[in-house]
Design a protein around this ligand. Sequence first.
Ligand code: VG1
Ligand code: CO
Length: 564
Amino acid sequence: LKIMSVPTKPYDGQKPGTSGLRKTVKEFQKPNYTENFIQAILSAVASVEKLEKSLLVVGGDGRFYCEDAVQIIAKMCAAHKVGKLLIGQKGIFSTPAVSNLIRKNNALGGIILTASHNPGGPNADFGIKYNISNGGPAPDAFTNKIFDHTKSIKEYLTVPNMTINLETLGVQKFTVDGVPFEVEIIDPVSDYVALMKDLFDFRQIKDLISGKGTHKKPFVVTFDSLHGVTGPYVRKIFCEELGASKENACNADPLPDFGGEHPDPNLTYAHKLVERMQKGTFDFGAAFDGDGDRNMILGKNGFFVTPSDSLAVIGANATCIPYFAKNGIKGFARSMPTAGAIDRVAKEMGKELFEVPTGWKYFGNLMDAGRLSLCGEESFGTGSDHIREKDGVWTALAWLSILAAHPQASVESMVTKHWEKYGRNFFTRYDYENCEDAGAKKMMDHLTALIHDGKIIGKEFSEAGKTFKLAKIDNFSYKDPVDNSLSENQGIRLLFEDGSRLVFRLSGTGSTGSTIRLYGDCYEPDQHKMKMDAQTILKPLISVALQVSKLQEFTGRNAPTVIT
Ligand code: VG1
Ligand code: CO
């Protein structure tokens, strides 16, 4: 086989966002579009590390175009004299599985093919993301390097006549310009299952599900994989290993278009699970996103656990999880817009608490430095330092471990007891998807002007009988305590005197237009208000947000696309 250099020209807009490059499939199918971006990744890697003879992990969530992309990547890696690729059968790996495999095999890195919770199919989205040797998403400094390469690219290297067989497990050997190149196709599930068995006590969870001993009756669990990548992981772990019934693993066959829906585990897009739970026959329900790093946890009758609360409950009960019981908790972290429920747990336990920008890449350094064990984001992401990605299936196992250690407890009782002890952080997020770029930018510029002007500080806003006095307004910036790198402009924050917060930022994961995210949260110690609806509690605060930002005026939107 021979290496070939193919001349090419830069494409605009190949800037990796919050989690890699996400565009429409049609965009990735443009001549050389995918090749350009892969070349930029490989050039960026080669500029800091030895790519020759290295090991890389490659796989994705099974969405449309995954297999084509794997073939392109294999040809190009061979041309760059990479030693070996570890690829999931049919090109499939969940994002957490890739993170694990990079770490387990001391790989140089991995290329993950996913647009996560975005829809898939020929008319929907695709994405490519590079993860570094710690198993986590490449940090900003590295993705900026990739972006620089996309802007100056003139050629890419490939081995046009090489095709790999993605079906058959085992090693395939090639010789490229006299140099050996190897591909190994592996079962996407087994290494991940082994890891979970290390972290959790499967016996204990199995007893909970079957209703053995102190549990007295079976704890009925159900899962919705939304036709994303987690289906095979759910079947193996929850059904085969832990005894959950097969019918209760729903939508567990990965489909290239996710059945035409959004593989996004929230109340809007996973409404079928919500409805199933509302029937009252299940004790526990969990849904996962396309690439398996997000989760939604529900209790009996559809009791919804806000991700910010889920993180706090897991934190407060961490010793129920063997991994934490053994290693201890080094520290906690959350992304800035995530409500501060975990902060109260950290304080009580005397642990460090970090507030980082949105996106999982900011947690990696803290974990590598041994300062962070458990972290999460409001966007249905929870995880620990067992890998360097958030992990949906892990979160469901964490919840089941905690429930197994509390016989007769329910998801709801765990959460309400938590509120009784710590008070409740109410949280909501309004997403205005696919707004016109110009309008969204004008709104952010308007808010930025308010920061510079400063006159708004001290101003009182009254809505629906509540008054909020603005204490501070800024654009969040984060200095990484490990490498001192600075990440600026991570979201405009309005902090009020009573502790309520509003955050505005533009999404970095959409494929077209601008998505505005508006986050609101407040803290409520009053026991009488514990069980109130978050939307009711936060309505006045959101009204203030709309008033201050002039969102409706700038975008023409009267209502959000999604509320979580
Ligand atoms: C969103 C979420 C963020 C998450 C990111 C990747 O980013 O808000 O919390 O880390 O998606 O998740 P943004 O920039 O659109 O707000 V995933 O499951 O798409 O890898
Ligand atoms: Co995801």
